[in-house]
Design a protein around this ligand. Structure first.
Ligand SMILES: [Zn+2]
Length: 323
C-alpha cells in the first residue's frame, strides 16, 4: 500500500488533496541537514541533503502559510506548516537556520540537554560511529570478539543494542581504540549553548526532547518525568522561552495517558509532538509530525503521500490516535 500511495503521490497535485483533507496545520520535521552526514549519522539515515531541504521549503511556501507555535491555536481558513528539528544537531545551525532566516521563517529546535555543548554522545550516534569504522581492517573482527559472535552477525547485534546497553557501546569503543570524547571535541556534532542563544534570538523556539534520548516506552513513570524535568530545568536556566514544548524521543508509541496528563496539567506544557505523519489525536495538544528524511524522495511527494495516507485511513476512522 505504501508503494502504491508513493507512486500515486508523484502524479496527483496537492490542491485537491488539501481540499479533501480539509484545513490542516502540517508539521514536517528533520534531524540533520547535510550533504555529508558525519559518521555518527551515516549509518542511521536521518538526514536530508541541503538541496532537498531547500526544495521542501520552496514547496511548502508555495502551498502553505508558515505559522509560529504561538499562532497554531488561531483559527484561519489557510493550510499552514511549522517545521521542527530533533536531537539538537549542529549541522542544523550551519545548513538550515541561515536559509530559514533568509526566508523569514522560524522553527522549533528540540534539544537533549546532555548533548548540548558536546558533553555526551547519543547512544544511537555511538552505534553509527562504531559501524562506520567497519571498513577499516580488523575492526569488524575485534567487535565480533566483544559480542562473541561471527562477523556476519555483528551489525545486527550492534544496532540492536538499547539505551540500557550504552555501557556495551563504550566497551566496544574502548576495544577498537575509538575515543567518543575526542570525536565530540573535534567534530562538535551538537549545538552549543552559544549557538542556541543565537537561534533563540532569531525567534526560534527551543524545545525539550528529554535529557539523553531513551525510548520513553521502556521507562517507568518516575524515570519519564525525570528525563523531561531535567531538560526543562536546563532550558529555563539558559534561555528565555515563554512556552514549553516536548517531542517524544522515538515517538509516542505505547505512552500512557498519565504522562500526557502530567505534562499538560502539572508541567503546563503547551504542546507535545509525535512522529506519526498527518493524524488527529484525542489529546488536542499532541501534534503529529511528518518525517521528511525519506531517502532522496522529493518533499512534495513525501507530503502528498501523507495526505493520501490520511485520506485512505479516513474511511476506517484510523486517522485519529485514540487515547
Ligand atoms: Zn530524537
Amino acid at each position: 500500500m505504501a508503494n502504491l500511495l508513493n507512486t500515486f503521490s508523484k502524479i496527483v497535485p496537492i490542491q485537491p488533496l488539501k481540499y479533501l483533507v480539509g484545513q490542516k496545520i502540517i508539521f514536517p520535521f528533520y534531524h540533520s541537514i547535510s550533504d555529508c552526514p558525519g559518521p555518527h549519522l551515516s549509518q542511521l539515515g536521518f538526514s536530508r541533503n541541503i538541496q532537498n531541504f531547500h526544495s521542501d521549503i520552496a514547496f511548502l511556501l508555495s502551498h502553505f502559510e508558515p505559522v509560529s507555535l504561538n499562532g497554531i491555536s488561531e483559527k484561519t481558513a489557510k493550510s499552514r506548516f511549522h517545521i521542527s528539528f530533533d536531537d539538537g544537531l549542529s549541522d542544523v545551525y550551519h545548513n538550515a537556520i541561515p536559509f530559514l532566516i533568509d526566508n523569514k521563517l522560524t522553527a522549533t529546535v528540540f534539544i537533549n540537554s546532555d548533548f548540548v555543548d558536546n558533553k555526551a554522545l547519543f547512544y544511537r550516534h555511538k552505534q553509527s560511529l562504531i559501524a562506520s569504522q567497519f571498513e577499516q581492517e580488523g575492526i569488524l573482527k575485534k567487535v565480533s570478539e566483544v559480542f562473541s559472535t561471527s562477523v556476519e552477525n555483528v551489525m545486527q547485534k550492534l544496532m540492536g543494542l538499547t539505551y540500557f546497553e550504552t555501557g556495551k557501546l563504550d566497551q566496544i569503543a574502548n576495544h577498537i581504540g575509538l575515543d567518543f570524547d575526542q570525536f565530540l571535541k573535534e567534530n562538535q556534532p551538537y549545538l552549543t549553548k552559544i549557538q542556541l542563544v543565537e537561534i533563540e534570538n532569531a525567534g526560534f523556539v527551543i524545545g525539550n526532547h528529554s535529557r539523553n534520548h531513551p525510548n520513553f516506552n521502556t521507562l517507568n513513570f518516575e524515570e519519564q518525568k525525570k528525563q523531561i524535568l531535567e531538560t526543562e530545568d536546563f532550558i529555563k536556566a539558559n534561555f528565555h522561552q515563554t512556552e514549553s514544548v516536548f517531542s517524544f524521543p522515538f515517538g509516542d508509541e505505547n505512552i500512557k495517558n498519565e504522562l500526557f496528563s502530567w505534562i499538560y496539567e502539572e508541567l503546563k506544557m503547551k504542546y507535545t509532538f509525535g512522529v506519526s505523519g498527518i493524524k488527529e489525536d484525542d489529546f488536542e495538544r499532541h501534534l503529529h509530525r511528518i518525517p521528511m528524511e525519506i531517502g532522496d524522495d522529493k518533499g512534495d511527494s513525501i507530503l502528498k503521500s501523507q495526505y493520501l495516507y490520511y485520506l485512505f485511513k479516513m474511511i476506517p476512522g484510523k486517522n485519529r490516535r485514540k487515547r
